[in-house]
Design a protein around this ligand. Structure first.
Ligand code: HPA
Length: 272
């Protein structure tokens, strides 16, 4: 069975839960699972119960697909995502994103925890992703192109919707939430970066570095979805002092910033 056929089967299975025909998809990153409190859940399906879905293994990711609504707007949320560093093929990492599109999702909201390399950033900051650098990750579109998903050579001039960014900044201003804006540098992980690597990311034009999101954005754009993405800065990579970074600290920082993050996601979804 090829990818297209698998996606068709998975979509067929999930359609029964998508009664409100959601046009918005949400992916909750490390430590940001509390956003589920904003969701009025109609159905929650464990990834392990969904045909052809990979199964999440990382601590802090609960692994279920939620059909529900946020501020009255129907959404489908992924509580837990799949990372390349877990050993999945790039094609598996993006499988659920393609399923969301086939279920009718037109706009995708992505979140993640990331390490800051912009000297103006501090732990707990929110960064709206305005662009990304993808060449340090494996592009999920490598291989034979299936035109039913999108074109062989997709345009990447606006990976993140300028209109949604503008709106998110207005919401942040109204709610008195400080937001940064920057370039997300995609890395494979699972190692955090060395001093030299954080410095390199900074020199190359990155403002933050993380281990997710970019592959998802590439397939979302390939399929013509609009994307909004935001990082929580959970550690600062670009420091001269000892810079030990732990997964626990990343989760803790994300949890603390979560209320600000939730406000922006909720209000932005409500505004659509
Ligand atoms: N590097 C890569 N990924 C991350 C980091 C980091 O410093 N923090 C959270 N995710």
């Amino acid at each position: 069975m090829n990818t297209f056929e698998k996606i068709a089967e998975t979509t067929e299975f999930l359609k029964q839960f998508n009664t409100s025909k959601a046009k918005i998809g949400v992916v909750l990153g490390s430590g940001l699972g509390d956003f589920v409190k904003e969701i009025e859940t109609h159905h929650a399906i464990a990834y392990s119960d969904i045909p052809h879905f990979p199964v999440s293994t990382v601590q802090g990711h609960s692994g279920k697909l939620i059909f529900g609504s946020v501020a009255g707007t129907p959404i489908i949320a992924m509580a837990g995502r799949f990372h390349f560093y877990e050993g999945y093929a790039a094609e598996d990492v993006v499988f659920p994103i393609r399923v969301l599109k086939f279920l009718g999702v037109e706009t995708l909201f992505l979140s993640n925890a990331a390490g800051g390399v912009n000297t103006g950033f501090k732990v707990g900051d929110l960064m709206i992703i305005k662009d990304h650098i993808s060449f340090a990750i494996k592009n999920p579109l490598i291989g034979k192109n299936d035109e039913r998903f999108g074109p062989r050579f997709p345009d990447m001039s606006e990976p993140y919707s300028k209109q949604l960014i503008k709106r998110a900044k207005e919401i942040a201003r109204q709610k008195n939430i400080d937001v940064k804006e920057g370039v997300y540098f995609g890395a494979t992980g699972p190692t955090f970066e060395t001093h030299a690597e954080y410095k390199l990311v900074h020199i190359l034009g990155g403002d933050a570095v993380g281990m997710s999101t970019v592959q998802e954005v590439i397939v979302a754009r390939h399929m013509g979805m609009h994307v909004f993405a935001m990082s929580v800065i959970t550690d600062i990579g670009i420091r001269d002092d000892d810079n030990v970074i732990t997964h626990e600290e990343v989760l803790q920082a994300a949890k603390e910033a979560e209320p600000k993050f939730s406000t922006i996601f909720r209000e932005l979804i409500a505004s659509l």
